[in-house]
Design a protein around this ligand. Structure first.
Ligand SMILES: Nc1ncnc2c1ncn2[C@@H]1O[C@H](COP(=O)(O)OP(=O)(O)OP(=O)(O)O)[C@@H](O)[C@H]1O
Ligand SMILES: [Mg+2]
Length: 717
């Protein structure tokens, strides 16, 4: 009893109740406390526990309604945490306003400040009732009320208040029980709250960690906005967010509200922002909190209906000044939340910094790159293209064609002698095309027998023929999306040519033994070293297929027609084999170069490559490759120079010889003329008119020349 009087220090003695409006069942209450304390063993939120406490006290003691308010960390404001038997409107009000211990004078704030209980028989007539109380009680229609402090030792953490509608006095017994109950539940609330604070802290730190690692791995400003907004909302448990950036130099505003980002040239937000805590946070460079009835209450909330705000300054370089604003309908931002948000925002600022740097650098890099690309392009055309070496006019022309045709899906026919680089070019086209990330499939039609080639290309269903146990996907399907290179197309059998043409025309294939039409999405490149037009004339290649595949013909020149490319390639292979065989050969002597140049290279680049490799492996090469290093057959063949041959025809071999100059010249020129004429007749199949056309002379002139040559030939032999 004495304890109660001490605690209820503001009232001399509790009034003795005459008629009991409610009856307290002590045992029931103790069981209630026991039940509440068992919640501690299972993880539950402060709200849950507070709700159960309020249920116990209101129900078991026969009160009509109740409320629990807790003090914030600063011990300045009382916030409603749970209510019981409040109407929706009453609850909304109770949760949206908080009571400030300094500003508001009410029973609630007085109990929180003093730590003493207040028992009130009639809140309307009691002399201690203040203006604030009257407002509150008028609204809540109170009868008799009991306010008890929630305390840990002398430290008040909140209050609990319970009402009856009817007016009645509280007996000392009842007061004692209520206060004991309040003391017991205070400990429970305190412990649960500690748990909750820790859990929240851990949650916040986890969100922070995830956000920071996201921020560190991006240079995209959009992504930084996204991470910042999403994480901040989660940390603060807020509902609204806005990133506001002012470009001080250009006096422009960038805004991102989590849904869209825009430049606010027309000041859509301009006027509003001026009256919100965004401006205040920016001006003071300090974290600013707005709470209804609390600090910065005079600032206008940015989002209507979200009056609880925090604004955190965001400084990016000297040029941009920004703020992250968060808003919620009700509630407070804890010290922990604000600290974590501050760390988050600082990290975001660093990321904005690097992203801006990066984008400035990449703009610079882009202009640099175009320069580099131009140079590279020039170099490509000087030296080659996609590993295809060549700077002769013919090859540069081919590089341009490759570049042009690669863009389109047209069929390409590459013709050229063996070893001129047909496969190399086809790969270059694929690499240069939009299909470069898909497959490049090559098939050599000469290497696969006819029927097998058909099933290789078209595939087959299980059971299509004796050996077909499982379904097989053909190369036409396998290459889907990519490029199919059909080498030695001239070797494809006539029946397969017919089938292939149908596929090209329809754009569909059917596997052997199958019915399903499968669309073909393939770019075709064909190659051959045979003369397809001649084959068409002879009837061994279908004319319609020929026209279909040679939409863009590319004719690779033989090496002997590529001028200086020969030495370019020779030096390139020399370097390659220097690396491969670990040698330090510097180049070719003039004489060696001369021999290479004179040789006709029937095997073209492949042959050149092989010869250089042979020289580098087998020969005892010194610093330079000399004629001695070059294989004998190359030298012999190179010696078949027309001038050299004529030398052999010369009758003048020693100082003692005498010849008739005019006769000797006539004989030699006659021989040359005769060779030219017989070659022309050979090519025209003996037809003199055609042969004359080949030589660009009249038929008559041809006959005359033939006669002369015949006589001369006769005199020679
Ligand atoms: N212009 C070039 N620059 C560099 N290397 C080349 C060039 N042309 C051909 N080569 C090389 O020569 C060799 C033969 O080239 P590729 O296989 O492409 O010739 P091909 O025309 O397909 O010959 P074939 O008709 O005999 O199949 C390859 O090693 C290739 O790298
Ligand atoms: Mg080839």
């Amino acid at each position: 009893m004495s304890r109660i009087i001490e605690q209820g220090g503001t009232i001399p003695a509790p009034p003795v109740r005459t008629s009991s409006a409610f009856s307290i069942d002590k045992d029931k209450l103790i069981r209630g406390i026991y039940r509440i304390s068992t919640f501690l063993t299972a993880p539950s939120s402060v709200e849950d526990i507070l709700g159960k406490i309020l249920d116990e006290v209101v129900d078991s003691m026969g009160f009509d309604r109740g409320i629990i308010l807790l003090l914030d960390e600063a011990r300045e404001n009382l916030y409603t945490r749970v209510v019981k038997n409040y109407s929706e409107e009453e609850a909304r009000r109770a949760f949206s306003v908080h009571l400030n211990l300094k500003k508001h004078d009410s029973f609630e704030t007085r109990v929180a400040k003093t730590g003493h209980y207040i028992a009130l028989e009639d809140s309307e007539t009691d002399p201690r009732t203040t203006e604030t109380d009257r407002k509150i009680s008028a609204f809540y229609k109170r009868g008799s009320t009991f306010y008890a402090p929630l305390k840990i030792e002398e430290d008040v953490i909140g209050i609990i208040a319970v009402w009856t509608k009817e007016k009645s006095r509280f007996s000392p017994d009842e007061i004692e029980i209520l206060l004991t109950f309040a003391n017991q539940v205070s400990i429970i609330i305190h412990i649960t709250r500690l748990f909750e604070i820790n859990r929240e802290k851990i949650d916040q730190l986890l969100i922070l960690q995830e956000a920071v690692s996201g921020l560190n791995s991006t240079y995209s400003i959009e992504r930084i906005h996204e991470i910042l907004i999403r994480s901040a909302l989660r940390i603060a448990k807020a509902e609204k967010a806005l990133i506001y950036f002012l470009d001080i130099e250009k006096n422009r505003v960038f805004i991102n509200d989590g849904e869209r980002g825009f430049i606010d040239d027309r000041n859509e937000y301009g006027d509003r922002v001026g009256r919100t805590i965004i401006r205040r946070a920016m001006d003071s460079d300090a974290i600013t909190v707005r709470q209804p009835g609390g600090e910065e209450d005079d600032a206008v909330p940015l989002y209507e209906g979200y009056p609880c705000e925090v604004a955190i300054p965001l400084k990016v370089k000297d040029r941009f000044k920004g703020v992250l604003l968060l808003g919620m309908r009700a509630g407070v931002y804890s010290r922990d939340q604000i600290n974590v948000l501050d760390i988050l925002v600082n990290n975001a600022a660093t990321s904005y910094d690097s992203a801006i740097m990066h984008s400035m650098l990449s703009i610079e890099a882009k202009s640099l790159k175009t320069e580099v690309e131009k140079l590279k392009e020039r170099e490509d055309f000087l030296l080659g293209f996609h590993n295809i070496l060549g700077k002769s006019k013919k090859m540069v022309g081919i590089f341009h064609v490759i570049e042009e045709v690669a863009k389109h899906d047209t069929n390409i026919l590459i013709q050229g002698e063996s070893g001129t680089g047909k496969e190399l070019v086809s790969r270059a086209i694929h690499r240069q095309s939009q299909r470069h990330e898909k497959r490049f499939v090559d098939v050599n039609c000469a290497a696969i027998p006819g029927t097998l080639l058909e099933s290789e290309l078209f595939g087959y269903e299980a059971g299509a023929f004796t050996d077909a146990r499982k379904r097989k996907i053909g190369l036409l399907e396998y290459a889907s999306g990519g490029t199919l290179f059909l080498d030695e197309i001239g070797d494809m059998s006539l029946p397969l040519q017919a089938k292939f043409l149908r596929m090209l025309e329809d754009g569909y294939i059917r596997r052997l033994g199958g019915n399903e039409s499968i669309p073909v999405d393939v770019r075709f490149i064909f190659a051959t070293n045979r003369d397809l037009s001649k084959m068409v004339a002879e009837g061994s290649f279908r004319e319609d297929l020929f026209y279909r595949i040679s939409v863009v013909p590319i004719i690779l020149p033989p090496l002997r027609e590529r001028g200086d490319d020969l030495l370019l390639l020779a030096r390139n292979y020399l370097e390659e084999f220097n690396r491969k065989f670990n040698k330090k050969v510097k180049g070719f002597t003039k004489e060696a170069e001369e021999i290479l140049r004179r040789y006709s290279w029937p095997g073209n680049v492949r042959e050149l490559k092989n010869i250089i490799e042979r020289i580098m492996i087998l020969r005892d090469v010194g610093r330079f490759i000399t004629p001695e290093n070059i294989p004998a057959e190359i030298k012999a063949s190179a010696a078949q120079d027309p001038v050299v041959q004529l030398d052999e025809l010369l009758p003048l071999t020693s100082a003692s010889d005498r010849i008739d100059y005019k006769q000797a010249v006539d004989r030699l020129t006659g021989k040359i003329k005769g060779r030219i004429l017989s070659r022309a007749l050979q090519l025209s199949g003996g037809n003199k008119t055609k042969a004359a056309r080949l030589l660009n002379i009249s038929r008559y002139a041809l006959i005359r020349e033939l006669k002369k040559a015949g006589k001369e030939a006769e005199t020679v032999t």
